[in-house]
Write a protein that binds this ligand. Structure first.
Ligand code: NAD
Length: 473
């Protein structure tokens, strides 16, 4: 980008979460002459980033942090100092779905973005480039500008950029090393274009220039919501087809394969499953629904809402299949839940389908034993407990236990339900013969992630029920 622009020497990232932490650690590793300080209000999280036990699990993250930490990468709770020193500030705070009031359940709660922006306005003593890294509704940059202009000294210039993050948890480091594209949205003004060029230089430390795309600010904001909505839509489309497969004898893996060979469709993101989870897909689609409604586009809102509704239906449908195969009752039965994270290679459980399934099994009065290789036990209790309900955790613990390994989880169980596609659960890794011996008979496996060779496991004696294939029992 050949226009005069400032060379960035100091970066601050507000928010040391799943996005801010890995993204800015990679930026620091690849730009050794730029000082990168990641700040957060959560002192426990910052202490963990400064320890050998990082607060999030991502393959390859430890090495990146170890190379740069203490050299040009710093983690701190001193938000003011981070802002003061930086030329460029990433805002990478959480943007959850609003849970109370008008728009509850749909709109994004931008309170964290607002308070981070107010803090920048209050503390800044020199010009800053402020970068939206969080996923935000279209035109959030305008609201941020109003806060900055109304609260900061008039001699300070702020340029606001949109730079949405496309990393996926579980593959964050390789996604950051080899991104499909880096988007930078700016106002079409001289200073907007110059700020975009400054940020582009940071990414050019390792990303080929032709993959760094600059565009209009609002397009960039909307592109992130659009990309997540389209990805989730593919999953809901294939899951909707899985229901037809189960009723007709078609096999969803074969249908996905056939469709994916069409170069206009492509093979990725066509895997049927018990449903998508994670902190982003549902939130971002609901955000799009809310945006459409507030723009008086009810048909558009209904269209996108259906993607989320199909996802909920898939979880209910799968649960009903478990119940009906187990003689229409789960009362007193033991269900082993394999995997609690929303996908493999992460310890993140936000919106994990496993939470919904375990809650359905609890309603049906089953006993549930959960095994996940990365999810902390305390996280499971938090996810299964209604906030504010006294003694709820004790009630949950009467029905739910955490196992140290899959063999313990399945011991004495009537059924295994695979909720996460961890490689650890594959029939090439786990000893399913040993598991079978320890289970009640008939022993069922419900493969909610299509990771097993059903025929192979059936030979052991299991009854295997798989999403997208007709019932075998
Ligand atoms: P997160 O909850 O893991 O991290 C956000 C952090 O911001 C928290 O540690 C919180 O303490 C901190 N924070 C909030 N307000 C603050 C303030 N005023 N000052 C300092 N720290 C503050 O969230 P995340 O998963 O990293 O997501 C961040 C954003 O990135 C969201 O908008 C999300 O939609 C988006 N995103 C997430 C992913 C993903 O895979 N998790 C991928 C792409 C985009």
């Amino acid at each position: 980008i050949n226009i005069p622009h400032k060379k960035i020497t100091s970066i601050c990232c507000i928010g040391a979460g799943y996005v801010g932490g890995p993204t800015c650690a990679v930026i620091a590793q690849k730009n050794p002459h730029v000082k990168v300080t990641i700040v957060d209000l959560n002192a426990g999280r910052i202490a963990a980033w400064n320890s050998d036990n990082l607060p999030i699990y991502e393959p390859g993250l430890d090495e990146v942090v170890k190379t740069a930490r203490g050299r040009n990468l710093f983690f701190s709770t001193d938000v003011d100092a981070g802002i003061l020193e930086a030329d460029l500030i990433f805002v990478s705070v959480n943007t959850p779905t609003k849970i109370k009031g008008i728009g509850a359940g749909f709109a994004a709660d931008l309170g964290y973005v607002e308070s981070a922006t107010r803090k920048i306005a209050q503390v800044a003593k020199s010009n800053k480039i402020v970068v939206e890294k969080s996923t935000v509704p279209c035109r959030t940059a305008q609201s941020m500008r109003h806060i900055l202009e109304a609260n900061a000294p008039p001699n300070i210039q702020f340029d606001i950029l949109s730079n949405p993050e496309f990393l996926a948890e579980g593959t964050a480091i390789s996604d950051l090393f080899y991104p499909d594209r880096v988007l930078i949205g700016s106002l079409d003004t001289e200073s907007g274009r110059s700020a975009a060029a400054s940020l582009a230089d940071i990414y050019a430390g390792w990303v080929p220039r032709d993959q760094i795309i600059t565009m209009n600010l609002w397009s960039s904001e909307l592109s992130k919501l659009a990309a997540n909505a389209i990805l989730a839509q593919r999953i809901s489309s294939i899951n909707a087809l899985s229901a037809i497969c189960e009723a007709t004898g078609a096999d969803i893996d074969e249908v996905s394969y056939a469709c994916g060979l069409d170069s206009r469709i492509g093979p990725k993101f066509l895997k049927a499953s018990v449903g998508f989870g994670g902190s982003c897909f549902q939130k971002d689609i609901l955000n799009l629904v809310y945006l459409s409604e507030s723009l008086h586009l009810p048909e558009v809102a209904t269209y996108w809402k259906q993607v989320v509704e199909m996802n909920e239906y898939q979880k209910r449908r799968f649960t009903n299949r478990v119940i009906s195969c187990l003689f229409n009752t789960l009362t007193g039965k033991k269900i082993a839940v394999f995997g609690f994270a929303f996908k493999k290679d992460t310890g993140d459980t936000r919106e994990s389908p496993a939470i919904t399934l375990v809650n359905y099994f609890r309603e049906e009065k089953a006993y549930i034993s959960i095994y996940d290789p990365k999810v902390e036990e305390s996280q499971v209790w938090m996810d299964l407990t209604e906030p504010g309900v006294v003694d709820e955790t004790e009630a949950v613990k009467r029905q739910v236990s955490i196992a140290a390994n899959p063999y313990e989880a399945a011991s004495g169980a009537d059924a295994i339900v695979i909720c996460t596609e961890w490689n650890d659960f594959r029939d090439t890794v786990l000893d399913y013969e040993k598991i079978y011996e320890g289970m009640k008979k008939p022993a069922f496996i419900f493969d909610g992630r299509l990771i097993l060779d059903a025929k192979k496991v059936e030979k052991i004696g299991f009854k295997v029920e798989t999403i997208g294939r007709p019932r075998s029992t």
